[in-house]
Design a protein around this ligand. Structure first.
Ligand SMILES: Cc1ncc(COP(=O)(O)O)c(C=O)c1O
Length: 364
Protein backbone atom coordinates (compact mmCIF):
# COMPACT_ATOMS: atom_id res chain seq x y z
CA UNK A 1 0.00 0.00 0.00
CA UNK A 2 1.33 3.42 -0.94
CA UNK A 3 0.26 5.17 2.26
CA UNK A 4 3.31 6.35 4.16
CA UNK A 5 4.01 6.48 7.84
CA UNK A 6 3.20 9.91 9.17
CA UNK A 7 6.06 12.08 10.33
CA UNK A 8 5.48 15.74 11.02
CA UNK A 9 7.51 18.25 9.00
CA UNK A 10 10.76 19.71 10.30
CA UNK A 11 10.75 22.95 12.26
CA UNK A 12 12.63 25.98 10.93
CA UNK A 13 15.46 25.37 13.40
CA UNK A 14 15.73 21.72 12.42
CA UNK A 15 16.00 22.67 8.74
CA UNK A 16 18.60 25.29 9.60
CA UNK A 17 20.72 22.56 11.15
CA UNK A 18 20.62 20.61 7.89
CA UNK A 19 21.17 23.24 5.18
CA UNK A 20 22.95 26.51 4.73
CA UNK A 21 20.35 29.07 3.71
CA UNK A 22 19.96 32.76 4.49
CA UNK A 23 16.27 32.47 5.03
CA UNK A 24 14.02 29.48 5.58
CA UNK A 25 10.33 29.51 4.80
CA UNK A 26 8.45 26.94 6.80
CA UNK A 27 5.99 25.24 4.47
CA UNK A 28 6.28 21.55 5.06
CA UNK A 29 3.10 21.04 7.03
CA UNK A 30 0.87 23.13 4.77
CA UNK A 31 0.69 25.80 7.40
CA UNK A 32 -0.52 29.34 6.81
CA UNK A 33 2.46 31.65 6.22
CA UNK A 34 0.59 34.68 7.58
CA UNK A 35 1.07 35.49 11.23
CA UNK A 36 -1.98 34.90 13.41
CA UNK A 37 -4.91 37.29 13.50
CA UNK A 38 -4.19 40.34 15.72
CA UNK A 39 -7.43 39.55 17.57
CA UNK A 40 -5.96 36.18 18.50
CA UNK A 41 -2.65 37.68 19.64
CA UNK A 42 -4.52 40.11 21.87
CA UNK A 43 -6.69 37.34 23.34
CA UNK A 44 -3.59 35.25 24.06
CA UNK A 45 -1.86 38.18 25.78
CA UNK A 46 -4.88 38.73 27.99
CA UNK A 47 -5.27 35.04 28.80
CA UNK A 48 -1.57 34.82 29.66
CA UNK A 49 -2.09 37.15 32.62
CA UNK A 50 -4.34 34.56 34.28
CA UNK A 51 -2.18 31.50 33.68
CA UNK A 52 -1.70 30.95 37.41
CA UNK A 53 -5.28 29.63 37.45
CA UNK A 54 -6.50 26.35 36.01
CA UNK A 55 -8.63 26.71 32.90
CA UNK A 56 -12.41 26.37 33.13
CA UNK A 57 -13.44 22.78 33.74
CA UNK A 58 -15.54 22.79 30.60
CA UNK A 59 -14.81 24.11 27.13
CA UNK A 60 -18.41 25.32 26.75
CA UNK A 61 -17.37 28.85 25.80
CA UNK A 62 -15.37 27.66 22.80
CA UNK A 63 -18.03 25.17 21.80
CA UNK A 64 -20.66 27.92 22.04
CA UNK A 65 -18.50 30.09 19.77
CA UNK A 66 -18.42 27.16 17.31
CA UNK A 67 -22.21 26.77 17.57
CA UNK A 68 -22.58 30.49 16.79
CA UNK A 69 -20.07 30.31 13.93
CA UNK A 70 -21.78 27.40 12.19
CA UNK A 71 -25.24 28.79 13.06
CA UNK A 72 -27.09 25.92 11.38
CA UNK A 73 -28.70 23.90 14.16
CA UNK A 74 -25.57 22.27 15.59
CA UNK A 75 -25.55 22.30 19.42
CA UNK A 76 -22.82 22.16 22.07
CA UNK A 77 -23.16 18.38 22.09
CA UNK A 78 -22.16 18.16 18.42
CA UNK A 79 -18.67 19.56 19.15
CA UNK A 80 -15.64 17.93 20.77
CA UNK A 81 -12.66 20.26 21.19
CA UNK A 82 -9.18 18.81 20.92
CA UNK A 83 -5.55 19.86 21.06
CA UNK A 84 -5.21 19.81 17.24
CA UNK A 85 -6.68 17.89 14.35
CA UNK A 86 -4.01 15.26 14.91
CA UNK A 87 -5.22 14.69 18.44
CA UNK A 88 -8.78 14.48 17.13
CA UNK A 89 -7.67 11.68 14.79
CA UNK A 90 -5.83 9.94 17.61
CA UNK A 91 -8.84 10.12 19.93
CA UNK A 92 -11.09 8.81 17.16
CA UNK A 93 -8.77 5.84 16.66
CA UNK A 94 -8.72 5.14 20.40
CA UNK A 95 -12.47 5.39 20.79
CA UNK A 96 -13.48 3.41 17.71
CA UNK A 97 -10.77 0.85 16.96
CA UNK A 98 -9.61 -2.31 18.66
CA UNK A 99 -6.99 -4.87 17.68
CA UNK A 100 -8.11 -6.80 14.61
CA UNK A 101 -10.59 -4.15 13.45
CA UNK A 102 -10.18 -2.82 9.93
CA UNK A 103 -10.23 0.73 8.65
CA UNK A 104 -10.29 2.02 5.06
CA UNK A 105 -7.94 4.69 3.71
CA UNK A 106 -7.61 6.01 0.17
CA UNK A 107 -3.94 6.31 -0.67
CA UNK A 108 -2.04 8.47 -1.24
CA UNK A 109 -3.42 10.37 1.74
CA UNK A 110 -2.53 11.84 5.12
CA UNK A 111 -0.25 9.33 6.85
CA UNK A 112 -1.57 9.97 10.37
CA UNK A 113 -4.65 7.80 9.74
CA UNK A 114 -2.55 4.67 9.39
CA UNK A 115 -0.20 5.71 12.18
CA UNK A 116 -2.88 6.33 14.81
CA UNK A 117 -5.21 3.52 13.77
CA UNK A 118 -2.41 0.98 13.54
CA UNK A 119 -1.32 1.90 17.07
CA UNK A 120 -4.64 0.40 18.16
CA UNK A 121 -3.72 -2.85 16.42
CA UNK A 122 -6.24 -2.14 13.65
CA UNK A 123 -5.57 -3.18 10.07
CA UNK A 124 -5.49 -0.71 7.14
CA UNK A 125 -7.34 -1.62 3.95
CA UNK A 126 -6.54 0.55 0.95
CA UNK A 127 -9.10 1.78 -1.56
CA UNK A 128 -6.63 3.84 -3.63
CA UNK A 129 -7.45 7.09 -5.36
CA UNK A 130 -7.84 6.67 -9.12
CA UNK A 131 -4.36 6.81 -10.61
CA UNK A 132 -5.32 9.10 -13.48
CA UNK A 133 -6.86 12.00 -11.59
CA UNK A 134 -6.55 11.24 -7.84
CA UNK A 135 -10.33 11.16 -7.38
CA UNK A 136 -11.93 8.89 -4.79
CA UNK A 137 -13.43 5.66 -6.05
CA UNK A 138 -16.62 5.20 -4.01
CA UNK A 139 -17.24 1.72 -5.39
CA UNK A 140 -13.73 0.67 -4.35
CA UNK A 141 -14.30 2.13 -0.87
CA UNK A 142 -17.59 0.26 -0.46
CA UNK A 143 -15.99 -2.93 -1.78
CA UNK A 144 -13.15 -2.59 0.77
CA UNK A 145 -15.60 -2.62 3.68
CA UNK A 146 -15.98 -5.92 5.53
CA UNK A 147 -17.73 -6.95 8.73
CA UNK A 148 -14.58 -5.98 10.61
CA UNK A 149 -14.43 -2.43 9.21
CA UNK A 150 -15.07 0.28 11.77
CA UNK A 151 -13.83 3.51 10.18
CA UNK A 152 -13.44 4.96 6.67
CA UNK A 153 -11.10 7.95 6.44
CA UNK A 154 -11.95 10.48 3.73
CA UNK A 155 -9.49 13.35 3.53
CA UNK A 156 -11.39 16.12 1.80
CA UNK A 157 -9.68 18.04 0.21
CA UNK A 158 -7.11 15.29 0.18
CA UNK A 159 -3.56 15.79 1.45
CA UNK A 160 -1.28 15.57 -0.56
CA UNK A 161 -3.26 15.93 -3.80
CA UNK A 162 -5.70 18.75 -3.02
CA UNK A 163 -8.42 16.91 -4.95
CA UNK A 164 -11.90 16.80 -3.39
CA UNK A 165 -14.56 14.14 -3.10
CA UNK A 166 -17.58 16.01 -4.46
CA UNK A 167 -21.03 15.98 -2.85
CA UNK A 168 -22.54 13.43 -5.24
CA UNK A 169 -19.85 10.88 -4.36
CA UNK A 170 -19.88 11.64 -0.64
CA UNK A 171 -23.67 11.40 -0.48
CA UNK A 172 -23.56 8.06 -2.29
CA UNK A 173 -20.97 6.81 0.20
CA UNK A 174 -23.14 7.89 3.14
CA UNK A 175 -26.24 6.31 1.60
CA UNK A 176 -24.49 2.96 1.22
CA UNK A 177 -22.33 2.80 4.34
CA UNK A 178 -23.24 -0.20 6.52
CA UNK A 179 -24.44 0.59 10.07
CA UNK A 180 -21.30 -0.78 11.77
CA UNK A 181 -19.02 1.73 9.95
CA UNK A 182 -18.37 5.41 10.71
CA UNK A 183 -16.95 7.89 8.20
CA UNK A 184 -14.17 10.22 9.33
CA UNK A 185 -14.37 13.29 7.08
CA UNK A 186 -11.08 15.12 7.56
CA UNK A 187 -11.83 18.61 6.29
CA UNK A 188 -8.92 20.63 7.65
CA UNK A 189 -8.41 22.33 4.26
CA UNK A 190 -12.11 23.04 3.76
CA UNK A 191 -11.86 26.83 3.98
CA UNK A 192 -9.73 26.88 0.84
CA UNK A 193 -12.30 25.07 -1.30
CA UNK A 194 -13.71 27.12 -4.19
CA UNK A 195 -15.81 24.46 -5.90
CA UNK A 196 -19.49 24.68 -5.08
CA UNK A 197 -20.07 20.91 -5.08
CA UNK A 198 -18.13 20.28 -1.86
CA UNK A 199 -20.24 17.95 0.32
CA UNK A 200 -22.47 19.37 3.05
CA UNK A 201 -21.17 16.97 5.68
CA UNK A 202 -22.65 19.04 8.53
CA UNK A 203 -26.16 18.35 7.25
CA UNK A 204 -25.38 14.63 7.39
CA UNK A 205 -24.23 15.04 11.01
CA UNK A 206 -27.44 16.96 11.82
CA UNK A 207 -29.37 14.06 10.29
CA UNK A 208 -27.58 11.72 12.71
CA UNK A 209 -25.54 9.92 10.06
CA UNK A 210 -22.38 8.14 11.30
CA UNK A 211 -19.92 10.85 10.34
CA UNK A 212 -17.22 12.62 12.35
CA UNK A 213 -15.84 15.79 10.77
CA UNK A 214 -12.27 16.67 11.78
CA UNK A 215 -11.28 20.33 11.82
CA UNK A 216 -8.26 22.36 12.89
CA UNK A 217 -7.17 25.91 13.62
CA UNK A 218 -3.73 25.10 12.14
CA UNK A 219 -4.36 25.98 8.49
CA UNK A 220 -6.79 28.71 7.46
CA UNK A 221 -6.76 30.22 10.98
CA UNK A 222 -2.96 30.39 11.00
CA UNK A 223 -2.57 28.82 14.46
CA UNK A 224 -0.53 25.66 13.88
CA UNK A 225 1.67 26.39 16.90
CA UNK A 226 -1.34 26.55 19.22
CA UNK A 227 -2.48 22.94 18.62
CA UNK A 228 -6.24 23.41 18.52
CA UNK A 229 -8.85 21.42 16.64
CA UNK A 230 -12.32 19.96 16.99
CA UNK A 231 -14.68 17.26 15.81
CA UNK A 232 -18.28 17.70 14.69
CA UNK A 233 -20.29 14.54 15.22
CA UNK A 234 -23.75 13.32 16.19
CA UNK A 235 -23.98 13.65 20.02
CA UNK A 236 -23.74 9.90 20.75
CA UNK A 237 -20.52 9.62 18.73
CA UNK A 238 -19.19 12.82 20.33
CA UNK A 239 -19.86 11.28 23.74
CA UNK A 240 -17.61 8.33 22.87
CA UNK A 241 -14.83 10.74 21.94
CA UNK A 242 -15.29 12.82 25.09
CA UNK A 243 -14.69 9.65 27.10
CA UNK A 244 -11.08 9.80 25.88
CA UNK A 245 -10.41 13.32 27.22
CA UNK A 246 -8.62 14.05 30.48
CA UNK A 247 -9.60 16.69 33.04
CA UNK A 248 -8.70 20.27 32.09
CA UNK A 249 -8.17 18.99 28.59
CA UNK A 250 -8.21 22.43 26.96
CA UNK A 251 -5.78 25.08 28.21
CA UNK A 252 -6.86 28.68 28.83
CA UNK A 253 -4.73 30.11 26.02
CA UNK A 254 -6.27 27.79 23.42
CA UNK A 255 -9.79 28.48 24.63
CA UNK A 256 -9.33 32.26 24.43
CA UNK A 257 -7.44 32.13 21.13
CA UNK A 258 -9.99 29.82 19.50
CA UNK A 259 -12.88 32.10 20.40
CA UNK A 260 -11.02 35.14 19.08
CA UNK A 261 -10.05 33.31 15.87
CA UNK A 262 -13.66 32.43 15.17
CA UNK A 263 -14.57 36.10 15.48
CA UNK A 264 -12.07 37.17 12.81
CA UNK A 265 -13.88 35.84 9.75
CA UNK A 266 -12.04 38.28 7.48
CA UNK A 267 -8.72 36.61 8.37
CA UNK A 268 -9.89 33.23 7.10
CA UNK A 269 -11.38 34.74 3.94
CA UNK A 270 -8.16 36.59 3.19
CA UNK A 271 -6.10 33.42 3.74
CA UNK A 272 -8.26 31.60 1.21
CA UNK A 273 -8.02 34.48 -1.27
CA UNK A 274 -4.24 34.66 -1.01
CA UNK A 275 -3.93 30.92 -1.42
CA UNK A 276 -5.99 31.11 -4.61
CA UNK A 277 -3.73 33.89 -5.89
CA UNK A 278 -0.62 31.87 -5.09
CA UNK A 279 -2.09 28.79 -6.68
CA UNK A 280 -2.84 30.62 -9.93
CA UNK A 281 0.78 31.84 -10.07
CA UNK A 282 2.20 28.43 -9.27
CA UNK A 283 0.02 26.57 -11.75
CA UNK A 284 1.02 29.08 -14.42
CA UNK A 285 4.73 28.53 -13.69
CA UNK A 286 4.37 24.76 -13.63
CA UNK A 287 2.52 24.85 -16.93
CA UNK A 288 5.41 26.82 -18.43
CA UNK A 289 7.74 24.10 -17.16
CA UNK A 290 5.41 21.56 -18.79
CA UNK A 291 4.89 19.90 -15.45
CA UNK A 292 1.54 18.20 -15.07
CA UNK A 293 -0.67 19.31 -12.18
CA UNK A 294 -4.03 18.23 -10.88
CA UNK A 295 -6.78 20.65 -9.80
CA UNK A 296 -6.33 21.38 -6.11
CA UNK A 297 -8.98 22.76 -3.79
CA UNK A 298 -6.56 23.01 -0.89
CA UNK A 299 -3.62 25.35 -0.38
CA UNK A 300 -1.42 22.48 -1.47
CA UNK A 301 -1.16 20.67 -4.77
CA UNK A 302 0.74 17.86 -6.36
CA UNK A 303 2.61 17.82 -9.64
CA UNK A 304 4.14 15.19 -11.80
CA UNK A 305 7.77 15.85 -10.86
CA UNK A 306 6.92 15.06 -7.29
CA UNK A 307 4.62 12.17 -7.85
CA UNK A 308 7.04 9.31 -7.55
CA UNK A 309 8.71 8.87 -4.18
CA UNK A 310 12.26 9.06 -5.55
CA UNK A 311 11.47 12.31 -7.25
CA UNK A 312 9.82 13.66 -4.16
CA UNK A 313 12.98 13.09 -2.16
CA UNK A 314 14.88 14.93 -4.86
CA UNK A 315 12.38 17.72 -4.76
CA UNK A 316 12.72 18.02 -1.03
CA UNK A 317 16.47 18.22 -1.42
CA UNK A 318 16.10 20.79 -4.18
CA UNK A 319 13.65 22.87 -2.26
CA UNK A 320 15.89 22.80 0.78
CA UNK A 321 18.87 23.87 -1.25
CA UNK A 322 16.79 26.86 -2.24
CA UNK A 323 16.11 27.57 1.41
CA UNK A 324 12.63 26.13 1.62
CA UNK A 325 11.55 23.30 3.87
CA UNK A 326 9.38 20.77 2.15
CA UNK A 327 8.79 17.06 1.81
CA UNK A 328 6.73 16.02 -1.14
CA UNK A 329 4.17 18.56 -2.25
CA UNK A 330 4.19 21.97 -3.81
CA UNK A 331 2.54 24.45 -1.54
CA UNK A 332 0.98 27.33 -3.38
CA UNK A 333 0.70 30.35 -1.16
CA UNK A 334 -0.50 33.86 -1.58
CA UNK A 335 2.32 35.80 -3.10
CA UNK A 336 1.00 39.33 -3.25
CA UNK A 337 0.69 41.96 -0.59
CA UNK A 338 2.85 43.39 2.13
CA UNK A 339 3.71 41.03 4.91
CA UNK A 340 3.63 38.09 2.56
CA UNK A 341 7.31 37.21 2.26
CA UNK A 342 7.53 39.28 -0.91
CA UNK A 343 6.30 36.57 -3.20
CA UNK A 344 9.42 34.58 -2.52
CA UNK A 345 7.86 31.34 -1.36
CA UNK A 346 6.30 30.42 -4.67
CA UNK A 347 9.35 31.76 -6.44
CA UNK A 348 11.58 29.46 -4.39
CA UNK A 349 9.46 26.51 -5.23
CA UNK A 350 9.46 27.32 -8.87
CA UNK A 351 13.24 27.72 -8.70
CA UNK A 352 13.59 24.26 -7.17
CA UNK A 353 11.14 22.92 -9.73
CA UNK A 354 13.14 24.40 -12.60
CA UNK A 355 16.26 22.67 -11.28
CA UNK A 356 14.49 19.35 -11.18
CA UNK A 357 12.92 19.70 -14.61
CA UNK A 358 15.95 21.16 -16.35
CA UNK A 359 18.81 19.36 -14.59
CA UNK A 360 17.13 16.11 -13.59
CA UNK A 361 17.18 14.65 -10.14
CA UNK A 362 19.09 16.72 -7.61
CA UNK A 363 19.71 14.11 -4.97
CA UNK A 364 20.91 14.96 -1.49
C1 LIG B 1 -5.30 16.17 6.21
C2 LIG B 1 -4.81 16.61 7.54
N1 LIG B 1 -5.53 16.32 8.63
C3 LIG B 1 -5.14 16.71 9.85
C4 LIG B 1 -3.98 17.42 10.02
C5 LIG B 1 -3.58 17.76 11.42
O1 LIG B 1 -3.41 19.10 11.62
P1 LIG B 1 -3.13 19.64 13.09
O2 LIG B 1 -2.67 18.52 13.93
O3 LIG B 1 -2.12 20.70 12.94
O4 LIG B 1 -4.45 20.17 13.56
C6 LIG B 1 -3.19 17.75 8.92
C7 LIG B 1 -1.92 18.48 9.06
O5 LIG B 1 -1.13 18.63 8.18
C8 LIG B 1 -3.61 17.34 7.63
O6 LIG B 1 -2.91 17.60 6.53
Amino acid sequence: MATITYRGGLSVDEVRNQVKADQIYKLSSNENPRGPSPLVVQAIQEAALALNSYPPRSDDALRQALVDTYDCGLTLDHFVCTNSGSEALQIIARAFLEAGDEFVVCSPTFGAYVRFASTQGAIPVDAPLRAADFTHDVDAILAAITERTRLVFICNPNNPTGVIMPAADFDRLVANIPPHVTIVADQVYEHYVQRTDFPDTVSHVLAGKPIMIVQTFSKSYGLAGLRLGYVIAPPELGERLRGQLRNFHMNSISLAAGIAALQDKAYVQESARLAEEGKAYLYGELERLEVQTWPSEGQLCIDSTLRAHRRSLSAAAGARRHGASDRHVWLPRGIAGDGWLGGSECGLYCGAGRDIVENGSLGD
